[in-house]
Design a binder for this molecule. Structure first.
Ligand code: WTA
Length: 661
């Protein structure tokens, strides 16, 4: 480092607030600070601005119907189609030759889909799906990695009014089966495999294994041939080949089916406090309008941009900000199949430079990994095309924020730290990049029209600087409408904590996202993390109960407690405390079996970082496991109060066994 660099580092380290660069503000989609007040004064009418970004087959009668709160309805009686909005209208506007999807495969090949080309593929696959018997409202499961067939299948489903349920390709066979069963889904689109760090992964074997444990009959399975001759498992029996199905229907014209604004666009399963994943239901009108609006206001996307969100489409971030939001705005969205370190640790920056990416959106875990690898990798490439950077999924520490700002953005790109959830459909708390000052570590103020607060257990707002619980006091268009076929759980999970659930007054309904938060004097919100039994590993949301039940299913295990412990790169890592049955030895073999069972039940993302065998777990006098203490032990922190424990002596023993490892 030169002296100048050292000086700059020192200055950055001190600096707590950053103004958006003038060059960015000059061209930003939103620059008027008055937008906050304008939304507040005209609520809920302000949301027409979001709806206006879409093309409606029939306009809505009312922006919001609150009469059945918390079962809110948005853009009541409006009709539209998401596939039309993401494709056809851009073609009709004369932009058919513009690039919709730019795909980069891990081995290096690329595929480019113009809006015209995308329409052809989507229509052909939509016709194919119909041919297989898919009708409006049938749930189609998509178990696919980052290949263009995933967004094509999503948009084909949307075109014919069949909700999709995407299952992250990294999830296990069991996880696929649970989700297909829960959604009663009779159709599956999957693939033979994909490339990861140069290796061809067998995906179809996993899909087939999952299919065996689906409780109901599965009518049709469509398999994308991604690997060609590299595939270990290929489509067999009645399974259909994606490419052939598309070829058979090439040139088909499939009119987008007008859907009610409140019709389900997709289901997305996410982890909750109990063992069963929750099927979050998102709608066609409110969700799409909200995804488009936030893509425009926060990500500053314009039709001419090349935009890259490096998340996986199998999670909500990819749904809202790789597929629906960006395509609704008619931009070029980039998709990358592989990992950031293949063939080398500069892969991401090479892709940015090659494609002249304007906007880049990723998770703090990735940024912390880039930071660990060192700035020499981004320095190899010209990143000057970048205009805006974003982060999502977990808190970002100021050091990582500043590294991103300096080494990726050259201090010329604002960073948006966007807080939101699978359930919120889109961003909720973040700065507007052309308006607000940025404060590293703090997500920012709630977006215009979003009524977020920080309260105590009783629901009273806490003073600035004090930790409390985050609540959202008014509905928003992108919100989940319910949990699939489980209205009761929807009410109890999200609304019961702070609402008067017997009330007819919509103002009494308050959404609880189960995050802790802190507000500062300027109204900026710092997210402190989950307050339920969900942990966030590398930006992936995992229920500790799900992991515990996989561990307890291991022969020789009597009891288990799983908590999140601090991790330098992943933010949090899975720590498992395990009590064995009397006869069982907590040995290496058992440890391996436990890890394998967790991978089978959920996937490698849930793999425990540590398995600590212990004779007992710290419990309160009423028999509740003191998770806080286990978290402190996992993170190597000073222990909190142990005086309420029934068995305080156990804590030292556990610390001892953690120390041994
Ligand atoms: C966490 C991902 C801090 C939070 C879009 C939330 C964040 C959970 C941020 C949702 C952020 C998300 N800062 N924490 N910018 N964004 N989170 O459903 O705990 O996978 O409740 O949605 O991630 O995770 P989910």
């Amino acid at each position: 480092m030169t002296d100048d660099d050292t000086e700059l580092e020192a200055r950055l380290e001190e600096q707590e607030a950053f103004e958006p660069p003038e060059s960015f503000v000059e061209q930003a989609n939103v620059t008027d600070e008055g937008i906050y007040e304008a939304f507040a004064e005209n609520w809920p009418g302000c949301w027409e601005r979001a709806a206006d970004l879409l093309e409606w087959d029939e306009s809505y009668d009312e922006v919001l119907d609150e009469s059945e709160a918390p079962f809110y309805e948005w853009f009541v009686d409006g009709k539209l189609n998401a596939s039309h909005n993401c494709i056809d209208r851009h073609v009709e506007a004369g932009r058919g030759d513009e690039v919709a999807i730019e795909w980069v495969g891990e081995p290096g090949e690329t595929r480019t889909y113009t809006y015209d080309g995308l329409r052809e593929e989507v229509e052909a696959f939509a016709a194919g799906l119909r041919d297989l018997g898919v009708e409006a409202d049938d749930v189609v499961t998509l178990y696919l990695p980052m290949i263009p067939e995933l967004p094509i299948a999503m948009l084909a489903c949307a075109r014919i009014g069949a909700p999709h349920s995407a299952v992250f390709a990294g999830f296990s066979a069991d996880a696929l089966a649970t989700r297909m069963t829960s959604a009663d889904s009779e159709y599956l689109v999957t693939c033979d495999g994909y490339y990861r760090r140069g290796e061809a992964l067998d995906h179809l074997a996993k899909a087939n294994e999952g299919l065996e444990s689906v409780d109901h009959g599965v009518s049709e399975v469509v398999v994308v041939d991604r690997l060609g001759a590299d595939a270990d498992t290929t489509a067999g029996g009645d399974q259909r080949d994606f490419g052939e199905l598309v070829d058979e229907h090439a040139g088909a014209s499939v009119e987008p089916v007008p859907r009610d604004a409140e019709d389900m666009l997709f289901l997305m399963y996410t982890s909750g406090t109990t063992g069963q994943p929750k099927g979050v239901k998102h709608t066609t009108g409110g969700y799409l309008a909200y995804a488009a609006w936030t893509s425009r206001a926060v990500l500053d996307i314009e039709a001419e941009d090349t935009y890259w969100c490096a998340a996986d489409i199998g999670w909500i971030t990819g749904h809202s900000y790789i597929v629906y939001g960006p395509l609704a705005l008619g931009t070029t969205t980039l998709l990358y199949e592989g990992t950031p370190d293949h063939p080398e640790r500069d892969r991401m920056w090479e892709i940015v430079a090659d494609n002249e990416v304007d906007i880049f959106y990723t998770a703090p875990t990735a940024i912390r990994a880039f930071m660990k690898w060192g700035e020499e990798y981004p320095e190899r490439h010209d990143l000057s095309s970048l205009r805006l950077l974003g982060t999502v999924g977990e808190p970002i520490n100021p050091r990582a924020w500043k590294w991103y700002y300096r080494h990726i953005g050259s201090e010329e790109c604002p960073i948006v730290d966007t807080w939101w959830q699978t359930e919120t459909g889109g961003m909720m708390i973040t700065t507007l990049p052309g308006v607000n000052t940025m404060k590293p570590g703090s997500a920012g103020p709630p977006l215009p029209g979003i009524d977020a607060r920080v309260v105590d257990v009783g629901g009273t707002e806490v003073e600035a600087g004090r930790a409390g619980y985050l609540t959202i006091d008014r509905p928003w268009p992108g919100m989940l409408r319910t949990l699939y076929r489980n209205d009761d759980r929807f009410v109890s999970e999200y609304w019961a904590e702070y609402s008067d659930t017997g009330s007819d007054d919509p103002d009494d309904w308050i959404y609880f996202p189960e995050d802790g938060a802190k507000l500062d004097e300027d109204g900026y919100i710092t997210i402190l993390g989950r307050v339920d039994d969900v942990i966030n590993v590398a930006g992936h949301r995992l229920g500790t109960m799900e992991i515990e039940s996989a561990i307890v299913g291991t022969e020789g295990v009597a009891e288990a407690a799983v908590v999140g412990g601090d991790h330098e790169v992943k933010g949090e890592a899975v720590f498992a405390y395990v009590i064995t049955e009397e006869a069982a030895d907590g040995d290496e073999a058992l440890r391996e079996e436990i890890v394998a069972n967790v991978e089978d039940a959920i996937g490698p993302i849930a793999r425990p970082e540590e398995v600590v065998f212990t004779p007992e777990l710290p419990k309160t006098r009423s028999g509740k496991i003191m998770r806080r203490l286990l978290e402190d032990i996992a993170s190597g922190e000073e222990l909190g109060d142990t005086s309420t424990l029934r068995n305080p002596e156990v804590v030292e023993k556990i610390q001892g066994s953690v120390g041994e490892r």
